[in-house]
Design a protein around this ligand. Structure first.
Ligand code: PMP
Length: 410
């Protein structure tokens, strides 16, 4: 078989923003877990849309509206194929992961849960995988349970087995932790939860666009992700929902486009996905999402996954050489494309500022996972996160700057 050697420098040059100096140094962008950069192809797709095709969708019969509607709706099928959904009608456009989880919490959970029911999630969830369930529990009287995290940053699977009683109606679990890099065994967990009749949701904010994803393989009922983390614009995201479930769910937002008929007193609603997309959607965002998926698929998800793991492994090795750095999450084996650590000689905010003065963009703080920071007894961590445009040389530069930071702070 022909071996394809990826030219990651060439891929990097597809991202215009990376070609700049920050504080007198070449920019090293290591904050993709928060938000990714955009390739020229995505930026161009937005300009093209606004210059040639812009109009509202689904509403008019004029040429521009038809073009905008066709372009918008074609992305639904593209997303379905990208994540292995059975039908494009299972793809709902949202503002992002947060809105997707809130949609399920407000629609499915509020319509189905009652006192005595249990929502099972974990202690490593992003706040957007915790707070919507707290709100739903408060409204329905359901109880929350959390799978604990072991010292090595993996989930306590023995505890999971014990917590997964027949009262569990929903399992909501993060695929790749944004704070640890842990890859959770979502396929096995979903299969286990299905046996007890629970509905399952996977937060794929950090795995979509980083590893090949397949709904049919994972077997979950709901899956959510954000466009801005996979090279698409901000403001657009996806909720995948199994059609039979979506069909049974009441609308969450009311407004234009989600209705069949409106009377002054009451209305009837369209079937999914329209039922869950009230008002004018983020049309340009959807066009950009389509361009981002094309771009990622041209590079290849297997290639991106391999590159991400190589960068993370190199970072683990290089950071381990620096005294006083404690890495959180798995130290070996498969992991997400990020490394989070606590340096005993500097507060994460000071460290991030020091790195910034050397042109390196990282994130410091609790990363929207306060319970996890408490679990590991750290005020916060510094996180370096990688994507397809990062290079091994940038990891070496990170290690060099961190070594200098140690001298500076110590
Ligand atoms: N879940 C995880 C695992 C995340 O990393 C993030 C973003 N940091 C979110 C949910 C929330 O995503 P968004 O802010 O795009 O809605």
């Amino acid at each position: 078989m022909e071996r394809i050697i990826m030219d990651w420098q060439r891929i990097r040059s597809d991202f215009p923003i990376l070609d700049q100096q920050v504080n007198g140094h070449p920019l090293v962008y290591l904050d993709s877990a928060a938000s990714s950069q955009k390739p020229r192809a995505v930026i161009d797709s937005l300009v093209r849309f606004y210059e040639r095709d812009n109009a509202n969708v689904h509403r008019a019969l004029h040429e521009l509206s038809n073009r905008a509607t066709d372009a918008f709706e074609s992305v639904r099928g593209k997303v379905a194929r990208f994540i292995g959904a059975a039908s494009e009608d299972e793809i709902i456009f949202t503002r992002g992961t947060t809105e997707g989880i809130n949609l399920v919490a407000n629609s499915w959970a509020c319509a189905n849960l009652k006192p005595g029911d249990v929502i099972l999630t974990s202690s490593m969830e992003h706040h957007s995988g915790l707070v919507p369930w707290q709100l739903a529990a408060q409204r329905t009287g359901a109880t929350l349970r959390h799978i604990p995290v072991l010292d090595d940053g993996t989930l306590d699977m023995d505890a999971f087995e014990k917590l997964l009683t027949p009262e569990v109606r929903l399992l909501s679990i993060v695929h790749i932790s944004n704070s640890l890099g842990t890859i959770n065994p979502v396929r096995e967990m979903v299969a286990r939860a299905k046996k007890t009749g629970a509905v399952t949701l996977v937060d794929a904010a950090q795995s979509t666009g980083h590893v090949p994803l397949n709904i049919a393989d994972i077997g979950c009922d709901f899956l959510v992700f954000s466009g801005h983390k996979i090279c698409a614009p901000t403001g657009i995201g996806v909720l995948y929902g199994r059609y039979s479930l979506l069909e049974s769910m009441p609308p969450w937002h009311g407004g234009g486009e989600m209705i069949l008929q409106v009377r002054l007193e009451a209305s009837t609603y369209k079937p999914p996905p329209a039922r869950f997309e009230a008002g004018t959607p983020d049309i340009a965002g959807v066009i950009g999402l389509g361009a981002a998926i094309d771009y990622l698929q041209a590079v290849g998800l297997e290639n991106i996954e391999k590159h991400g793991l190589e960068l993370a492994s190199r970072a683990l090795t290089r950071l381990d050489e620096i005294p006083g750095i404690r890495i959180l999450g798995p130290k070996s084996g498969p992991r997400g494309s990020l490394v989070a650590f606590h340096a005993e000689w500097a507060h994460p905010h000071d460290l991030v500022e020091f790195a910034n003065s050397h042109g390196i963009a990282m994130r410091g703080g609790h990363h929207c996972t306060q319970p996890l920071m408490k679990r590991f007894q750290v005020p916060g961590t510094t996180r370096a996160s990688f994507y397809l445009y990062n290079t091994p040389e940038e990891i070496d530069r990170l290690a060099e700057v961190l070594a200098a930071a140690r001298k500076f702070f110590a």
